[in-house]
Design a protein around this ligand. Structure first.
Ligand SMILES: C[S@@+](CC[C@H](N)C(=O)[O-])C[C@H]1O[C@@H](n2cnc3c(N)ncnc32)[C@H](O)[C@@H]1O
Length: 369
């Protein structure tokens, strides 16, 4: 969705009434339109959830290579990394198309342990500020940065900030508060701010107040519409499979609240804490108040369709899919019944191929929520 120089569907958003049952999305990119003055809304009094979230991420163990290979979400993680890599590449390219030599400055908000460090290195950016509420994660991010620096010599400059980005003003914490970002990235983190309007506003202020006019904000969030639909089909407001479980903590009969739509999310070995639903149309409307205009949104399945041929090699390189049927000597990550779709595909494709790359339905259910 749109600004003047992008595919123009903007009016649809502007003119529509908010409809809680309307569709939402998993990846979105917004463009900074013009300068604005930010926002001075006071922070919420309740910091309980943020403390639980920070404690959860602080206690997550760092996994070694071997553990990662044996993880039941091995392909899902790789696929999520593919989505993030493509987003980073696409938006750095967009800026460079206009201004090739521009040194790119980035804010990676809700950065975690720095899962995107090497993506920023490959994108040849000049400076990245990493911010996250979990101070242990921020420290691990900094350690990883120094390791990467040792391995590859020249690396972008970096700053590391432990802060609740839904309550604190990040600008006051930058080494240079007059810094302007070309890109702000928030991967799998923005939804934590939808606990309350004040928190969402603070987050968007942090995102937008140092973003250059024509800079981009992009991120990935769970799909509220999908989550609520799945919960409504269940008898106890919860659903999941062998790798994930979601329990909504309110009655979904009449949809979901605009803020504070809380659910417990468990993803095997990675997430186990409360999260909040994001009504996408509301996000778009709020973001507009901060000078941000939607230029693209897609659910992961559609994102894959949009970019899989352009970034096919990367899909192979970071092993986003497993071979079905499993090659001799290898086992499938899931049970046989999780590959019916792949079995059908191989059966119906006129013997063009006897093996395809795929994900188990359990992993795909998470990627599509
Ligand atoms: C699912 S992890 C994603 C980490 C990273 N962006 C990635 O893609 O690997 C979500 C991150 O959001 C952070 N987070 C949650 N609430 C936050 C808040 N209020 N302020 C800053 N970071 C927050 C968590 O600490 C966690 O590191």
């Amino acid at each position: 969705m749109s600004s003047s120089d992008h595919v123009n569907q903007g009016q649809a958003i502007e003119n529509k009434e908010l409809d809680l049952k309307d569709d939402s999305s998993t990846t979105a990119s917004l463009k900074r339109k013009a300068e604005d003055d930010g926002d001075n809304e006071s922070p919420s009094n309740s910091e309980k959830h943020s403390t639980v979230v920070a404690a959860h991420y602080n206690h997550l163990e760092e996994k070694g290579l071997k553990e990662r290979f044996n993880s039941p979400i091995f392909y899902l993680r790789n696929f999520n990394n593919w989505v993030k890599s493509v987003l980073i590449q696409e938006f750095t390219d967009k800026i460079r198309e206009k201004d090739y030599g521009r040194p790119l400055r980035v804010l990676d908000i809700c950065c975690g342990k720095g899962g995107d460090l090497s993506k920023w290195q490959k994108a040849r950016v000049e400076r990245v500020i990493f911010a996250d509420i979990a101070e242990v994660s921020v420290q691990q991010c900094e350690n990883r940065y120094h390791d990467l620096q040792k391995r590859c010599g020249r690396l972008f400059a970096a700053e590391f900030i432990a802060a609740d980005c839904t309550r604190e003003k990040l600008r006051d914490k930058y080494a240079d508060p007059s810094i302007n970002f070309d890109l702000v990235s928030c991967q799998f983190g923005l939804h934590y701010s939808f606990e309350s309007l004040a928190q969402a506003r603070r987050m968007l202020t942090n995102v937008a107040e140092c973003l250059k006019p024509d800079g981009y904000f992009f991120g990935t969030i769970p799909d509220a519409y999908e989550i609520v639909s799945r919960a409504q089909k269940s008898s106890d407001n919860s659903f999941g499979n062998r790798i994930y479980n979601i329990k909504l903590l309110f009655d979904t009969k009449d949809g979901y609240p605009l803020f504070g739509g809380k659910y417990d999310f468990h993803l095997e070995g990675v997430v186990d804490c409360p999260e909040f639903l994001v009504n996408f149309q509301l996000l778009v409307k709020l973001a507009a108040e901060y000078g941000l205009e939607l230029v693209y949104k897609a659910r992961f399945a559609d994102f894959y369709k949009d970019y899989s041929s352009k970034y096919k090699q990367l899909l192979h390189r970071i092993i986003c899919f497993e071979s079905y049927p499993a090659p001799p000597g290898k086992e499938l990550i899931g049970d046989q019944f999780e590959y019916e779709h792949a079995k059908e595909y191989v059966k119906n494709n006129d013997n063009k191929t006897d093996r395809i790359g795929t994900m188990s339905t359990c992993e795909w259910e998470v990627a599509s929520e």
